[in-house]
Design a protein around this ligand. Structure first.
Ligand code: DHB
Length: 311
C-alpha cells in the first residue's frame, strides 16, 4: 500500500509529476491523467501566457547524472489552468494540484482569488522558487518577502495549500525559513526541492554551454541533486510539526522514492526522470517501491516515514 494523504486529500499512490514536466497543455495533462501517477500538478502559471526562454532550454546531462533547464516559465496563463480545473473529473480519485508562480504579490493575489472564488477541490502549490526568469530573483531566498507573501495569501486561500521551495544549503536558512512557515496554520505542505539554481553545463568538445538562455545558466535536477533534496526534506520534516513535506529531486527508481519517505516525505514528485522516460515512469517506480517495502517488511508508508536513523 503506497497510498497517502496530502493537504487532506487522498492519493492512491504517493507519486506525481514535479510541476513543469508533462503539464503545460491539456495534451500533457491528459498523459498524466492516463498514467499511474497518484496525482497531477499543472505547470506554474503566471497571469499572462508566456512563451518562455529561447531553445535549447532543457537538456539531460551525460551519464544519467541529471538535467539542466532554463525554461523561463512558458505557460498558457492562469485562466487556462482555471478552466482545466473547472472541467476536471474530481471523482477520478487522482487529485489535481495547481502551481501558481506570479511575478509579483499582486499577480499571486489575483490568481489565488480566481481559484478561491471558483470553489474547486483542487489544491494550490505556490511556487517561490523559479530560478529562470531573468531579473526575477527566487522569492524563496528572501525570507521577509516570503513572510509578507504568505501573510497575504494564506488567509486568502483559507483551506490547506502548499509552497514550492528552492534548496537551502545552510542550517541557519532552514531555521529561518521554518520559523516563517510555522506562522501559517493552513500552510499544509512544503515541496522540497525545486532545481538547484544557476548551474552551468559545458560541452567538453565544443566548449559551448549546453543551453541558450542566461549564458547557459540553469536549474539542475535529477540524480545529482538527490542528497540536497533529502537534506531539505528531512530538515523541514524535523522543523515543521503538523505540516507535510513533498519530496522531489533525484528520484530515478523506487530506491530514491523510498529514501525520500524515510527522510520524511508524504508524497514524492518526479521531474527529470519523467521528462526522460515519459509517463510510464510512475508504474515502474510504484512497482519498485512496493517491492522494496515487501522485502523490508513495511506495509504502509507510515511504517517508515521520517524514520531515518542517525548515528
Ligand atoms: C521554471 C523553472 C522552475 O524551476 C520553476 O519553479 C518555474 C518555472 C521555468 O523555467 O519555466
Amino acid at each position: 500500500d503506497i497510498s497517502t494523504t496530502l493537504a487532506g486529500v487522498k492519493l492512491p499512490n504517493l507519486l506525481f509529476n514535479a510541476s513543469g514536466v508533462c503539464c503545460q497543455t491539456e495534451a500533457d495533462l491528459k498523459l498524466m491523467v492516463e498514467s499511474e501517477s497518484g496525482a497531477l500538478i499543472t505547470k506554474s502559471a503566471t497571469v499572462e501566457q508566456r512563451d518562455g526562454n529561447p531553445a535549447p532550454r532543457y537538456t539531460p546531462l551525460p551519464n544519467g547524472i541529471g538535467s539542466i533547464n532554463s525554461m523561463g516559465l512558458p505557460n498558457e496563463g492562469y485562466e487556462y489552468y482555471l478552466e482545466y480545473a473547472k472541467k476536471y473529473d474530481y471523482n477520478s480519485e487522482k487529485p489535481l494540484f495547481i502551481s501558481l508562480s506570479g511575478l509579483s504579490l499582486d499577480d499571486n493575489v489575483k490568481m489565488c482569488k480566481a481559484f478561491v472564488d471558483a470553489k474547486l477541490p483542487c489544491v494550490l502549490e505556490i511556487n517561490y522558487s523559479c530560478p529562470n526568469v531573468p531579473g526575477k530573483p527566487q522569492m524563496g531566498y528572501d525570507m521577509e518577502a516570503m513572510e509578507k507573501s504568505l501573510s497575504v495569501l494564506a488567509p486568502l486561500i483559507k483551506k490547506p495549500f502548499g509552497i514550492k521551495l528552492p534548496p537551502y544549503f545552510d542550517i541557519a536558512h532552514f531555521d529561518q525559513a521554518a520559523a516563517v512557515f510555522n506562522k501559517f496554520d493552513n500552510l499544509a505542505f512544503v515541496t522540497c526541492i525545486n532545481s538547484v539554481g544557476n548551474g552551468l553545463a559545458i560541452d567538453f568538445v565544443t566548449e559551448q554551454a549546453l543551453i541558450k538562455p542566461k549564458d547557459g545558466f540553469g536549474g539542475l535536477g535529477g540524480l545529482m541533486v538527490l542528497n540536497t533534496a533529502l537534506a531539505n526534506v528531512n530538515a523541514f520534516h524535523r522543523r515543521l510539526p503538523g505540516k507535510q513535506i513533498v519530496g522531489v529531486g533525484g528520484v530515478v527508481s523506487g530506491k530514491e522514492a523510498f529514501l525520500h519517505v524515510l527522510a520524511g516525505a508524504s508524497a514524492v514528485q518526479i521531474g527529470t526522470m519523467l521528462k526522460e522516460e515519459g509517463p510510464g515512469v510512475f508504474a515502474r517506480i510504484a512497482k519498485e517501491l512496493s517491492d522494496i517495502m515487501v522485502a523490508k517488511g513495511y506495509k504502509t508508508l507510515e511504517d517508515f516515514r521520517g524514520k531515518v536513523k542517525t548515528l
